[in-house]
Structure formats: C-alpha cells, structure tokens
Write a protein that binds this ligand. Sequence first.
Ligand code: APR
Length: 239
Amino acid sequence: MLSKYKIDDRLRMTVLTGAGISAESGIKTFRDNNGLWENYPLEEVATPGAFQKDPELVWKFYKSRYYQLHKVEPNPGHLALMKLEKRYPDNFTLITQNVDGLHLKAGNTKVLEMHGSLHRCFCLKCRQKYAMNEIDLNPLVPVCPVCRGELRPDVVWFGELPNFLPEISEILERTDFFLVAGTSGVVYPAAQFLPVVRSYGAVTVGVDIKAPENYLFLDEFHQGKTGDLLPRLINEWLE
Ligand code: APR
C-alpha cells in the first residue's frame, strides 16, 4: 500500500496541480533546471508592465508556448485525475495553475484554471474573449477582429489577481481531502491553499519529485513523478 488514507463518496476532494504534472507531456516547468524562467526572465514576459513595454516579445513567448500545445498530449498523471473525477463527479474539484489545457484535454470537467489559459486571449479595448484558434496570430501583436484593439493572452501575470478566487475560497473551506501535485509551493495565493485546507481539518497528500516549499503542511508526501505515482495512488484509492 502506498497511502495510509482511503477515500469514499462522503469525502469532498480538491486537487491542486502545477507545472510538474505536465512535465512528462514534454512541457517545461518554470523553476526546475532549465525551466522557463531561466530562459525568459519572468519580469520581461509575465507582468502587465512587461506587456506595456514590449508586447511583441510577450506575444512571441506566449505564441511559442501556444504552438507547442498542438504537439503535446495528457500523460498518465492527467488521466489518473480524470478517472478520479469520473468516479466521484459530485465531490471533486481540480484547481490548476497550469495554462496548457491538458486537464480538459484529458477529460476532466470540474477544472478551475486559476492562472487562465494559453488557448484564449482577450481584447484590451472591448474586453471580448477569443479562442486563440479563431485569431490571426501572424501580426507581431495580434488585434481584435471586431474593434482592432490590441489583444493579450488570457493568462494571469505576476501582480494580477488569479481567476475564481471566491469559488476557490468556498471550495477550500469544504475540502476533506486535498491532493497537491507537481507544484513548487512558492507562488501565492496557490501556495496558501495547502496550509488553509489543513487548518480547516482536511487530510493533505502531496506528490512531487522533490518536497515542495510548503511541505510541512502535508500529512503524507509521495516523492516521485506524477505520471508514475498518481495512477498508482488513485488506483489504490479507487479499489
Ligand atoms: N512529477 C512530479 N513533480 C514534478 C515533475 C514530475 N515529472 N517535474 C517537475 N516536478 C515538480 C518540481 O519538483 C516542482 O515542485 O513540479 C514543480 C514545478 O514547479 P514550478 O516550476 O515552480 O511550477 P508551479 O509550481 O506550477 O509554478 C506556479 O508560477 O511561474 C508561475 O504562473 C506560473 O503557474 C505558475 C506558477
């Protein structure tokens, strides 16, 4: 047995994922060796000020990340979480910091993409949202097909408020079982979710190749790859 915990249909489960869960799909994480922020300093591509200063560079960064998504698929870690939601559809929420859309592609439906999505952009003038695939991405800074305003990626940058915070706050209060996978636990507010659910009395389980920064708040920690450990843990919990 990997885990000392059991789950059943009375438990309300919340999962928080980060870049680590998509690593085995071939998407770079942010802070590991050779991570995204090593090659592109985040201040230059992931803040509102960066976009004001150099929208072409910011778009170049996000276009290349968006194009990469056409070549990647969910891995066994994503698929295991889909299985968990399928078994407990009414008690399950997945909060992700990832913007790659791979949880949705894997078939999860109860997904809160708190940092937005690489698959969308919006107009800074009329605020209309668009799917990336309906926009002409050839211009260095793509423009709104309706009002010709500047478009920006619909991702949450440093210094901006994440999406769904009121819903997330309610969900955390009701969580009995919290699973956190593949996130370094250094970016707030997501890094706070683990201590918060723990203080409400939830059981907390973590999976990562190395202990996250907020490791102290985990009741059980499984060290290893999410693509290997999540399927094994979830199969065990679903037995
Ligand atoms: N299996 C499990 N964990 C892994 C794997 C793997 N195959 N590969 C990497 N990891 C772990 C790392 O050990 C680390 O804890 O994934 C985590 C990745 O951490 P970060 O790169 O910091 O990514 P994340 O925690 O998702 O970052 C949070 O910060 O840069 C912003 O907005 C960005 O959403 C992002 C947020």
